[in-house]
Design a protein around this ligand. Structure first.
Ligand SMILES: O=P(O)(O)OC[C@H]1O[C@H](O[C@H]2O[C@H](CO)[C@@H](O)[C@H](O)[C@H]2O)[C@H](O)[C@@H](O)[C@@H]1O
Length: 268
């Protein structure tokens, strides 16, 4: 891959989507690492209401093939959830903010990197949802997400309740992860970055140059490790000093990914 890839890829078009022309001929040396919610998919009122456009499924399938399997979804969602959303498409994935890993799309087993949350603690955290009927609980086993998109006025009460429970359990290995209208309580020690670092140590990802796209605070851990992996990061929605470029919206990401397959840009 040429050393001017970053410069070329970060050259903005009028709508600030980077031009992928320098990336296309080198896809066989790249690993595409893609966040899901807010990056590939438009945000929805609830986690179950997201929709995968058929063209995106086709694009991901083709890019997975073009990269010889080195395309992975890197998400806060569980891999089980990811498979349901993208069914019948099954892709390599880092799930649960690094708590789960699947290197090959054909693998039946998902490897876990975090133990289940303590049941008593989980029950106490789950009871926070009783603050309002608008709060949705998402139980991933190793983490618990309290979604308040439908009840934004409860944000402060949720974070205060979580802080109180943590104060009573100062030695519990927990981390609070603020997301988009969600407060997630997860095991400390695993992050999307630890997941990506592990993924990049294994075939078919090993030795490739990662190209990561993400939109959220949690994705910044991955932005930060791109230089050590000779990789490129792109942000969605938000600007960041440490990325090669940014997209305004998920639909721009979907169009950009489709352009990576443009036969006119592909090597002869
Ligand atoms: O890392 P990601 O793939 O971006 O996943 C982050 C979280 O995404 C989901 O919640 C978010 O998307 C929902 C659907 O658009 C939205 O309703 C919610 O408000 C967002 O926080 C998912 O439910 C979480 O488990 C992920 O951690």
């Amino acid at each position: 891959m040429t050393s001017n890839l970053a410069d070329d890829a970060s050259r903005p078009t009028t709508n600030s989507v980077p031009v992928p022309s320098a990336l296309v001929p080198h896809l066989d040396q790249c690993a595409l690492l893609l966040d899901i919610d807010g990056t590939l998919l438009d945000l929805a009122p609830t986690p179950r209401e997201v929709w995968v456009p058929p063209e995106l499924e086709q694009t991901l399938r083709a890019l997975h093939e073009r990269t010889s399997g080195a395309l992975a979804l890197v998400s806060g969602r569980s891999i089980n959830d990811i498979d349901l959303i993208f069914a019948p498409l099954k892709l390599p994935a880092v799930g649960g903010h690094g708590a789960e890993m699947r290197l090959l799309s054909s693998a039946e087993q998902v490897a876990t990197r975090a133990p289940p949350l303590d049941p008593d603690l989980k029950n106490r955290l789950a009871a926070i949802a009783r603050i309002s009927p608008g709060i949705l609980l998402e139980d991933k086993g190793y983490s618990l997400a309290l979604h308040y998109r439908l009840a934004p006025h409860t944000e402060k009460a949720i974070y205060e309740s979580v802080a109180a429970i943590r104060a009573e359990n100062p030695h519990a290995p927990l981390e609070v992860l603020p997301g988009k209208s969600v407060c997630e309580i997860k095991h400390a020690g695993v992050t999307k970055a630890t997941g990506v670092l592990e993924l990049m140590n294994h075939e078919p990802f090993k030795g490739r140059r990662p190209v990561f796209l993400g939109d959220d605070v949690t994705d910044e851990t991955v932005f930060a490790i791109m230089p050590e992996l000779r990789g490129l990061a792109f942000s969605v929605g938000r600007h960041s000093d440490i990325v090669a470029g940014h997209f305004d919206e998920p639909r721009d990401v979907r169009a950009w990914l489709a352009r990576l397959l443009d036969p006119q840009l592909a090597p002869g």
